[in-house]
Design a protein around this ligand. Structure first.
Ligand code: ZN
Length: 398
């Protein structure tokens, strides 16, 4: 492979030479902490598609090489917060966002060094918090269970194979769990002088928002960023949080006999509304949106007050990008039954896409009032309040 054909570690697209910095370049140089040149240029490349900025200089290193060259006794000189201050601050962040789940959630700190963050979370009353870190023999065994929350602070920029790391993190998250992580994304205009581009700190790969989304999507995770550094990932919801589909009733012998040979049997008698709804739901969950929409309308033709059909017809419109119609339909469902949390949740998502952010906040709040243990609603509400710069409210949820 020639230098010109080095593929992006995230998306596989072509990369361009970004130039090189000395190995001893560290993050604190603009605070006056400058190490003598190591006379060892570290070349970086940047993806032409997703913008991921990375070096391959350490790809062949073993953990012992990292310990000797980077995470050695001098590391604290260029990253003094590593010893504990950052972990304590991170515990505060976790508590402020997820404090409501202290009694229930199990937490893993991935890449957690000496275990300070997990210990601090336990001290703050979280009932289960542990550490995984391949560089610390105390915590180097990969857990065999899955967790409600995986924390991964200041880690992703340090790994030579970010997709493998993200895949491993994803595999440690329970089906309804989430990830909170930090890594600084690149500024709009990035050049070799960017302070975060620092091999001595072990910064091997720096993301853009696009690169982060690309890296998590194959595992079915969507991202939410509170700012350039703090992000969360959680599994994308199915088309909508839907109730389980009811099985279609099998045809009786008479119906089977009446069915034309070689074609799908068609029941003769008009079916009850709930059977049509169940079939619509089945199509919807299988991604056949147009078919689902047709059947929801069939339900509504005989039962115009069928709130679930109005709601899911609205969800289907939302999925098809018709958000005005979606808001109208879900609003009709809420007018019929205002006490279903998922109606409010989905109206919140529609409003978010319509950029009616305050309206979306109200929806997520209502969903949480109706169903306090609703992590999806909490997830979006916290993110929205941060985006709206009302962080104080975000900290006292729901
Ligand atoms: Zn890329």
């Amino acid at each position: 492979m020639t230098a010109d054909t080095v593929p992006c570690k995230i998306c596989g697209a072509a990369t361009a030479d970004f130039g090189a910095v000395d190995f001893n370049r560290n993050c604190l140089e603009n605070q006056g902490i400058k190490l003598p040149s190591a006379d060892r240029p570290i070349p970086y490349r940047r993806c032409t598609q997703c913008g991921y900025l990375f070096t391959r200089a350490f790809d062949a290193w073993e953990p012992a090489d990292y310990q000797r060259e980077i995470y050695n006794d001098d590391y604290l000189v260029i990253d003094p917060d590593y010893a504990g201050a950052r972990a304590i601050a991170s515990a505060g962040v976790v508590e402020s966002i997820f404090g409501a789940y202290k009694a229930n959630w199990s937490i893993l700190d991935y890449g957690g060094g000496s275990g300070v963050l997990a210990a601090e979370l336990l001290r703050r009353g979280f009932h289960a918090a542990s550490t995984y870190d391949p560089f610390n023999p105390l915590f180097s065994e990969l857990p065999k269970t899955r967790f409600d929350l995986v924390c991964c602070f200041e880690t992703l920029e340090h790994v030579p194979d970010p997709l493998a790391t993200i895949g491993r993190i994803a595999s440690l998250v329970s089906p309804t769990g989430m990830v909170v992580f930090s890594t600084l994304v690149q500024p709009k205009e990035v050049d070799l002088d960017w302070w975060y581009l620092a091999p001595r700190n072990g910064h091997i790969g720096m993301f853009t928002a696009v690169a982060l989304a690309r890296a998590w999507a194959p595992h079915g995770f969507e991202l939410l960023s509170w700012n350039d550094n703090l992000h969360a990932a959680r599994r994308m919801a199915a088309p909508a949080p839907l109730p389980a589909a009811a099985a279609e009733p099998p045809l009786n012998r008479q119906q089977r006999r009446a069915a034309p040979r070689g074609r799908k049997p068609v029941p003769r008698a008009p079916r009850p509304v709930e059977a049509i709804f169940a079939e619509a739901l089945h199509h919807h969950q299988s991604g056949r949106i147009a078919e689902a929409e047709r059947l929801y309308r069939e339900v509504l033709a005989t039962s115009p007050q069928h709130a679930d059909s109005l709601h899911l017809l609205g969800v289907a419109a939302h999925q098809a990008g018709r958000n005005g119609e979606a808001a109208d339909l879900i609003g009709q469902a809420i007018a019929i039954n205002a006490n279903v949390a998922v109606y409010h949740y989905n109206l919140g998502s529609v409003r978010m896409e319509n950029r009616q952010l305050n309206g979306a906040v109200a929806c997520y709040r209502r969903a949480l009032q109706l169903m306090p243990d609703y992590p999806e609603a909490q997830f979006h509400l916290v993110g929205l309040l941060k985006a709206l710069e009302r962080p104080d409210e975000a900290l006292v949820l729901p």
